[in-house]
Design a protein around this ligand. Structure first.
Ligand code: HAM
Length: 429
């Protein structure tokens, strides 16, 4: 009979296999500890949101909204999208649940999957995961610096070194208007040299011309007028304060005039994190963020300043591997429970639970019937002690304690097993 065709996973979406879980645990734990250390509350939002939320929030002309959203229409004709980022959904929840009435600044963090219909390649997937931080209700530059500090704290926690910060200020709507004019005037005589996407960008959001990865456009971007020369005094002062705070933290930065970010909601500070060897050609950022003081209002809430950032965990995982950061494997069992015979097998399920309740790291392989193969496994998993419950022991309400290293065995009554085990383990330390 012909074998059935195997169904593979969806393009650009990867499984995280058991062997990779310790690395992911390290990142998840690092994220949780960083968020707690800096006073963030966890917020989980749904994976599906209204398409309009992202169109309005991230911006109609952006690559994310125009080309990369996974969209669907429900049976009830609702137009939904798989979230391509956290920020818009977090802002929606902030407004919808009246979180602005809580003490501000309100710090919220999230972790989970996001979806972008990109061409899959190294560091670019269709399902990605982010560790995301947002702060609402403070315009003070100290929070821009603190968000960046939290990013570095996370990288340090998970053992990454040599992370570089790229930084820029996009100014406010007022100063950007003037800059837009200067930028368009500069690009006008070069219009024919631009790629097709940039021709469109020059109409929708000329700032994004600076961000194009194509060589011909990057060359032009290098000589374009600088945004810093056009920001107003308020924005200049705000940016200077951010730099002062970073200096105080001894965080070095690279002032990057072409850093504009791919989402429309930013104003003032924007930044991205890179691994040191990635800085040339500005390929794949490990994370990025910035200030978005207008987004809450744009999505129907009260005027609320905000700043945030997200780290892409797939890219961070690659960097962890590249830097050879040590990852602890799954916890080793200290006790391996072996059973032999029908009655012992039945009794061993309960004994296993008793051992768990006594907080012992215990492992088993109940589906195996041979003592030899169970002992082999206990050895392979590095257990210090094997507990052997045979037919006779099950009848006598006793159990054999075997020290794996020496092979020395001792029979103890079942009622005393926990006490005896703990005593033995103490000696083996
Ligand atoms: P973003 O720059 O679009 O920002 O994404 C943040 C990070 O997610 C990137 O630096 C990258 O590490 C990762 N990432 C993005 N796309 C992909 C992909 N296709 N495959 C793998 N990793 C990817 C945001 O999403 C903003 N919402 C961040 C933010 C929060 N700004 C303010 N608050």
């Amino acid at each position: 009979m012909a074998r059935r065709k195997i169904i593979s996973g969806v393009k650009g979406m990867r499984d995280i296999l058991p062997a990779q879980q310790p690395l992911w645990d390290k990142m998840r734990k690092g994220a949780e500890e960083t968020a707690a250390a800096f006073g963030f509350w966890r917020l989980d939002t749904p994976i599906l949101e209204e398409q309009d939320l992202f169109a309005r929030g991230i911006g109609l002309g952006t690559d994310i909204v125009e080309k990369e959203m996974f969209t669907l229409t429900t049976r009830g004709r609702d137009k939904l999208a798989l979230r391509p980022e956290f920020t818009a959904g977090v802002v929606r929840a902030f407004i919808q649940h009246g979180l602005f009435s809580l003490a501000q600044p309100l710090k919220l963090w999230s972790l989970g999957p996001l979806f972008r219909y990109e061409q899959p390649q190294a560091g670019r997937f269709r399902q990605l995961r982010q560790f995301n931080l947002e702060v609402f209700g403070a315009a003070d530059a100290i929070l821009d610096a603190q968000i960046i500090q939290a990013g570095f704290w996370f990288f340090k926690k998970i053992g990454l070194k040599n992370i570089i910060l790229h930084l820029n200020s996009l100014g406010c709507a007022k100063c950007r208007k003037e800059y837009r004019r200067a930028l368009l005037a500069y690009y006008r005589p070069h219009k024919n040299k631009l790629c097709a996407d940039c021709k469109k960008r020059s109409r929708q959001n000329p700032l994004r011309l600076l961000d194009c990865k194509k060589e011909q456009c990057q060359e032009l971007a290098q000589k374009a007028p600088l945004l810093v020369d056009h920001v107003c005094d308020d924005c200049k002062d705000h940016f200077k304060q951010v730099l002062d705070y970073l200096d105080g933290l001894e965080i070095s930065y690279y002032l990057d005039n072409t850093l504009v970010r791919g989402l429309d909601y930013y104003n003032k500070t924007v930044f991205e994190f890179f691994a040191a060897d990635e800085k040339e050609g500005k390929k794949n950022a490990l994370g990025g963020g910035g200030r978005y003081d207008g987004l809450v209002k744009l999505l129907g809430g009260k005027d609320t300043p905000a700043v945030g950032m997200a780290v892409g965990l797939e890219r961070v995982a690659e960097e962890i591997k590249k830097q050879g950061v040590k990852i602890n494997g799954q916890n080793q069992p200290t006790v391996f429970l072996i059973q032999l015979g029908k009655m012992a097998k039945k009794r061993s399920l309960l004994l296993f639970e008793e051992l768990l309740r006594a907080r012992l790291a215990v492992a088993e392989s109940f589906s195996r019937d041979s003592i030899k193969s169970q002992l082999k496994l206990a050895d392979k998993q590095g257990a210090k002690i094997a507990l052997i419950l045979g037919q006779q022991e099950a009848l006598d309400d006793s159990v054999i304690i075997r020290v794996m290293e020496t092979g020395v065995q001792e029979i103890v009554p079942l009622v005393k097993v926990i006490k005896e085990l703990k005593k033995k383990l103490q000696k083996l330390k």
